[in-house]
Design a protein. Structure first.
Length: 129
């Protein structure tokens, strides 16, 4: 991990985080979950909320793509996305669903105050959010 110039688990946990939580709803591929862990580690995101049948650490396929980030990034498990979203809203997060659908806002057109806590919900690879 030295060659990746990554923070140690301890350094990561002590670092100031960006107030962004990623919510994963019914993600079929544990490899995709591992990629989200690795991305959250790279950007110092606050946490990942795992919902439904999405795989949770420890898991062989998550570990393979997370490259150790499954040990550093905080995560919580919820039985469904509604519970996670309710928890986030009660903690003052603005929640966005990431979806390619008719009538959705393109990312570069999104107007939001980035000084607020934000949660982004990613859904199933086939059926979406």
């Amino acid at each position: 991990m030295d060659e990746l110039n990554r923070k140690s688990v301890e350094e990561f946990r002590e670092s100031e985080k960006i107030p962004v939580v990623v919510v994963l709803e019914n993600i079929r591929s544990a490899y995709n979950v591992g990629s989200v862990f690795r991305t959250a580690d790279a950007f110092l995101l606050e946490a990942i909320y795992i919902c439904g049948y999405t795989a949770t650490p420890p898991h062989k396929e998550i570990r393979k793509t997370a490259l150790g980030a499954d040990e550093s990034v905080h995560f919580r498990k919820f039985s469904n996305a509604n519970e996670a979203i309710e928890s986030l809203r009660s903690d003052g997060y603005k929640v966005y669903a990431v979806e390619q659908a008719k009538g959705s806002t393109l990312l570069h057109q999104l107007k939001t105050d980035l000084h607020h806590k934000v949660a982004v919900v990613f859904g199933n690879e086939v059926s979406g959010v």
